[in-house]
Design a protein around this ligand. Structure first.
Ligand code: EPZ
Length: 426
């Protein structure tokens, strides 16, 4: 991908459905023999891959064709029906390519009494264990073994509700437990549950499917299990990380952009951070407007935290922005121990960043200069796009396939606002 920096962004960018809600929502289809319809599903490589994994379990997946849609950004409509689960194994070839596919484990064991799921892969941002997922399923009575790189979970007499206190906040383990508990006997109480909005979105869908869940948006979820969940229709919430990414891009390049369909309430901490940096953020009826016209960028001190704290999925983008701030920023990553792969690539553009343990000290420089850089993981890749928008001359990003996992039509969205960005073929 090639970017020529120095052009402001002006116009409208439509925000897509959230990847990190769409994936677990698709997985929730395993919980019912009836049809689950999901609207506003983003068109992404991870969504396509998960579709393949679910089909392998026996899920029928159809996608509505093109419509005369007055709001084209409202994604695709997926219909998923898991009438019969024909295979309870999720193979290494598929799971190793996307970590979230490991989350089929909970629904499969809850519905079928057994599951065999490969240990996951995914973005190289740390060791990313699955102990909390396993702890949660064990608490509901599943027997867990590790065999040949696979987690084998068995609960021939079904799962039984329990109180589970997570020692650490985990988005994925909360999804696993919430879905499994919905099809367990009796009550499950989840303490120290993740509060990310995508958890709330999945919980709302499970409620439409007939689950009884209380405490949405809090760290304590109470689930009354049932032996049958129904079909439902649910619309995926807007992607707050995509929203934040474009907000940081506008802050970096300057200009004024309407992020259509974005919800400010999903991203308060990041927007407050932008405001501190000197960027104007205003919400209106149709979305959020982000503007920076000429003013300097003020440095920021921030640490990533589980929601509602500053999201780890925006850390790289913030760092790219701060490379040109008027002073020194300090950014601490507390969620993943190895999520700094973008640092050495940003340095190739002239950024001044010192890493010490989990903390990056970013001294703002006057100019970044375009260079060849390498995309490493999804969010790191997009931080290089943001840096490229600020750099003088041409930046070429290699291995951009990482971007397609999580950003829908990125080049089109940015170029429609005036960016000079194009995908190089070959
Ligand atoms: C989700 O990953 C997101 N993925 C990630 O987004 C996001 O960065 C992360 O949550 C944190 O917000 C999806 O939603 C598909 P965690 P997840 O379990 O669930 C440790 C992106 O770019 N942990 O909340 O895998 C773990 O190592 C992706 O879109 C355990 O120790 O993250 C980490 O330090 C990347 N044991 C912390 O918890 C476990 O069993 C939080 O991880 C599970 C996790």
């Amino acid at each position: 991908m090639s970017i020529v920096g120095g052009r402001p962004l002006n116009g409208t960018i439509a925000i897509s459905g959230a990847k990190n809600a769409a994936l677990p929502l698709m997985i929730a289809s395993l919980l019912t023999p009836e049809r689950l319809t999901l609207k506003n599903v983003p068109s992404l490589a991870d969504v396509t891959l998960l579709g393949r994994i679910l089909r392998n379990h026996g899920v029928d997946l159809t996608i509505d064709g093109k419509r005369g849609n007055p709001a084209p950004h409202l994604g695709e409509t997926f219909h998923l029906t898991a009438r019969d689960i024909v295979d309870t194994t999720a193979p290494y070839e598929l799971v190793s390519r996307m970590r979230a596919s490991f989350w089929v484990l909970g629904p499969l064991v809850a519905r079928c009494g057994e599951a065999r799921v490969s240990m996951p892969g995914g973005c190289a941002i740390g060791t990313r264990p699955v102990d909390l997922h396993l702890m949660a399923l064990k608490a509901l009575g599943a027997e867990i073994d590790i065999d040949g790189g696979y987690v084998v979970a068995k609960a021939p007499r079904g799962l039984k509700g329990a109180r589970v206190v997570f020692p650490k906040v985990s988005v994925g383990a909360t999804h696993t437990l919430l879905m499994a508990a919905s099809l367990a006997t009796g009550e499950t109480v989840i303490e120290n549950a993740a509060r990310e909005p995508e958890i709330g979105d999945v919980a709302e869908c499970l409620i439409k499917m007939g689950a009884r869940i209380e405490g949405l948006g809090t760290a304590r979820l109470r689930v009354q299990g049932t032996d049958h969940l129904e079909g439902a229709v649910h619309t995926v919430l807007p992607d707050r990380i995509e929203t934040g990414t474009y907000a940081f891009a506008v802050a970096a390049a300057g200009g004024s952009v309407e992020l259509k369909g974005a919800r400010k309430s999903l991203l308060e901490t990041a927007f407050r951070t932008l405001a501190k940096a000197g960027v104007a953020v205003t919400e209106n009826d149709t979305g959020v407007r982000v503007a920076r016209n000429g003013g300097a960028l003020e440095p920021i001190t921030v640490e990533t935290q589980p929601y509602p704290g500053f999201p780890t999925d925006l850390q790289a983008q913030l760092m790219a922005l701060m490379t040109k701030a008027r002073g020194t920023s300090v950014i601490r990553e507390t969620i993943f121990e190895n999520r700094f792969m973008h640092v050495q690539e940003l340095a190739r553009l002239g950024a001044d960043i010192q890493l010490q343990g989990d903390t990056a000290t970013v001294r703002g420089v006057k100019t970044l200069r375009g260079a060849q850089v390498m995309a490493t993981d999804l969010r790191a890749s997009v931080s290089l796009v943001i840096a490229g928008l600020m750099a003088e001359g041409q930046t070429t990003i290699n291995r951009v396939y990482h971007l397609d996992r999580g950003f829908e039509r990125l080049e089109q969205k940015l170029s429609s606002c005036g960016a000079s960005i194009e995908r190089l073929v070959g």
